[in-house]
Ligand binder design. Structure first.
Ligand SMILES: *[C@@H]1O[C@H](CO)[C@@H](O)[C@H](O)[C@H]1NC(C)=O
Ligand SMILES: *[C@@H]1O[C@H](CO)[C@@H](O)[C@H](O)[C@H]1NC(C)=O
Ligand SMILES: *[C@@H]1O[C@H](CO)[C@@H](O)[C@H](O)[C@H]1NC(C)=O
Ligand SMILES: *[C@@H]1O[C@H](CO)[C@@H](O)[C@H](O)[C@H]1NC(C)=O
Length: 410
């Protein structure tokens, strides 16, 4: 392809537009001391059936000692239009906090390997998985209709200069995993990362997956390709994550909250005696829901998965929400006495437009207990429950539960 002078000028104009859109805050407002800013991630490109799983370092984010009051995100095209899930399925996005050594350059676009491990210190949430789910926020297809605001007087405290190690700066990174299902032969199968549809038998590191691994993240890594209908043609397109951050300057009136993420696949077992409640949490993150035996199921086909977990120190529950994939029908966190700490139920879309796509989870209900009314006790055994429809098999599903907890008011 050859560019005439006009072609180059046009390219330059588009580049400048993209740069200005990327680095500036599209909107900034200030209501009751809560500020709102909207940013764009770096651009990513998807064609029919293709996958991106990118980790963007040093994303635009409010700086300084602040209380985060909310975070949400969605996929938009170059004109800023929201892209519906049946075109670009947002498998997940994850926001992580880290400290970066001053003077070290980390490319803002995706690269997992170019920096020295010691130049980046991940600052994880308060638990409870040992090696996974370190995020401050993270959602998937439900992102457009899931409330994430942190109610007053609470806030997620970040950027406290007293906590940042000397020679480091606090930064944020964003993982975006999206699947273009335009023209897909099996749209649900692509979103559930079924290995046969991706023709993947080894994971991203080249390790053989084995015949028992039929679907999940290890089959839909960055730049994999899901099967599309023969002869289907459609253009590649450039997309962005548009994310909205709400925050307030830190103030001694704000009550800090801890972030905990529970996973129904956690293999942790409470042992008798003085076993440390903070360790031994092996979270697998994904699981498979097998199709029910229709001959046996008389009252419908449901899959219930439960796990017992415990927090070393409890407190007042301020917010709760579950994360489930297609097929999910609800999740709840129960106390030791069986009381419901929070129940979170998916909303399925019914139409075609972004935010209401039929067949997709477009929102999860949330819990905002009256301050002080729902407590978790120190060392209390909790039960996390995740229900799915098993009318058909689902691979790579999740059963996560995210809660915000404040030190007890008593
Ligand atoms: C990251 O950088 C390394 C070293 O420069 C390179 O070998 C690798 O291909 C890059 N990976 C990606 C995903 O760009
Ligand atoms: C699937 O992968 C195998 C082995 O990597 C390759 O030989 C085959 O051509 C691939 N099939 C398709 C449809 O891409
Ligand atoms: C439990 O383990 C965590 C993580 O290894 C550690 O930080 C904490 O100090 C331990 N607590 C006790 C009581 O040993
Ligand atoms: C999950 O399903 C069980 C029945 O297996 C039911 O008792 C429970 O209420 C359901 N929980 C939620 C949160 O929907």
């Amino acid at each position: 392809m050859s560019h005439g002078p006009q072609g180059w000028l046009l390219s330059l104009a588009i580049l400048l537009l993209a740069l200005s859109a990327q680095s500036s805050q599209a909107r900034l407002s200030n209501e009751n001391h809560v500020k709102t800013a909207v940013f764009l991630s770096p651009k990513f490109v998807l064609g029919p059936g293709s996958v991106v799983n990118k980790l963007y370092y040093d994303i635009d984010f409010p700086r300084g000692h602040i209380a985060i009051k909310g975070f949400n995100a969605e996929v938009v095209d170059e004109a800023g239009n929201p892209v519906p899930l049946h075109e670009t399925y947002l498998h997940h996005w994850v926001l992580e906090r880290y400290y970066q050594r001053e003077g070290v350059e980390i490319p803002k676009d995706n690269n997992y390997s170019v920096f020295q491990q010691s130049d980046v210190i991940l600052v994880r949430n308060s638990g409870i998985c040992d090696r996974a789910l370190f995020q401050y926020y993270g959602l998937g297809s439900e992102t457009r209709k899931t409330d994430t605001h942190v109610p007053d007087p609470y806030g997620i405290e970040v950027g406290d200069p007293a906590e940042i190690p000397a020679g480091f700066e606090e930064k944020w990174r964003l993982n975006v995993h999206a699947i273009d299902t335009r023209g897909a032969e099996d749209r649900l199968g692509c979103t559930e990362c079924r290995c046969d549809l991706y023709n993947v038998t080894n994971d991203e590191q080249g390790q053989p997956l084995g015949p028992d691994y039929i679907g999940g993240l290890r089959c839909c890594y960055d730049e994999t390709q899901c099967r599309v209908r023969k002869g289907f043609v459609s253009a590649k397109r450039s997309l962005y994550m548009r994310y909205t951050v709400k925050w307030a300057a830190w103030d001694s009136c704000i009550v800090p909250v801890k972030i905990y993420i529970f996973d129904v696949t956690d293999t942790w077992k409470r042992l008798d005696g003085s076993r440390n409640l903070s360790t031994g949490h092996n979270c697998l993150v994904e699981y498979v829901v097998e199709a029910c035996d229709t001959g046996v199921a008389s009252k419908g086909c449901f899959d219930t998965k439960r796990v017992s977990l415990s927090l070393p120190t409890g407190g007042d529950v301020v917010y709760g929400v579950a994360h489930q994939h297609t097929g999910g029908i609800g999740s709840a966190l129960y106390g030791e006495d069986g009381r419901v700490i929070c129940s979170s139920i998916p909303t399925y879309g019914e139409g075609n437009k972004a935010g209401n796509e039929a067949g997709y989870i477009v929102g999860m209900s949330t819990c905002y207990p009256r301050p002080g009314s729902v407590k978790i006790y120190d060392g209390e055994t909790l039960v996390l429950e995740s229900n799915y429809s098993s009318a058909q098999r689902h691979t790579g599903v999740m059963g996560l539960f995210y809660i915000l907890v404040a030190e007890s008011s008593q």
